[in-house]
Design a protein around this ligand. Sequence first.
Ligand code: NAI
Length: 270
Amino acid sequence: MYNLLKGKKGIIFGALDENSIAWKVAERAHEEGAEFVLTNAPIAMRMGGIKDLAAKTGSEIIPADATSMDDLNNLVEKSMEILGGKIDFVLHSIGMSVNVRKGKHYTDSNYDFTTKGWDVSAVSFHKVMNVLYNKQAMNEWGSIVALTYMAAQRVFPDYNDMADNKAYLESIARSFGYFFGRDHKVRVNTISQSPTPTTAGQGVKGFDGFISYAEKMSPLGNATALECADYTISLFSDLTKKVTLQNLFHDGGFSNMGVSDSVMERFIEE
Ligand code: NAI
């Protein structure tokens, strides 16, 4: 451990269970000396083991539906009280598609579901930053990170409307990141992570095929949730102060591959 986040205060959204990427980020942030508040949707509190994570990391939990401005205002105010000052880092690790959950095909979307999923997965990031910005809740040289997936740029048919949500999310990072950088010297980035076996990940149809294909295509193999947490910590640390408005691929090299030998082997006829 390197004490990379010593004295830093944060808010971590999205730790549902021990597989969650946010869970690993919380564990690593704790190891690196940070103090933080954990938050998740009220319904997720009942399902997951977030209380165990809070006990382990000495954190408090404040429930918040990330689509509710009232909940977010309360979250940010209470977090500053608990942590005794402004915030240095925020992780947005939230995704959900109602069309995926209900098995609606992309070509036959239910638009109430589309709107709900877009609000939860993308607009919530705007809402979180709106509250942080207008309450002047971030310290200078603070860092805000959201998690995304490469279906924002390329076609992965079963990713459904989450592809569109991720494209929107990445755009918000740039658009809001400009104002946050200009006015408060805060950086905003997205990390585009490999397929990872979590509750959200495994909700994608054909996930097993998807994850093993990515593994075979990537020269370094898929990035794990823990490796994603390590990368996130680096973006929260003072070692990356001038990195902003970026979509950063954390995928073992997958995004720049055309084809790999091990994938080709499957198509070469003897
Ligand atoms: P996860 O299922 O553990 O986390 C998703 C979280 O979103 C849960 O904690 C859930 O309670 C929370 N959430 C849902 N609705 C919410 C709401 N209204 N308000 C507040 N929180 C809400 O899964 P995972 O994989 O850790 O997901 C974290 C992020 O990483 C998501 O943005 C996901 O799209 C992204 N990601 C995941 C990949 C994967 O293959 N697992 C790949 C690339 C990105």
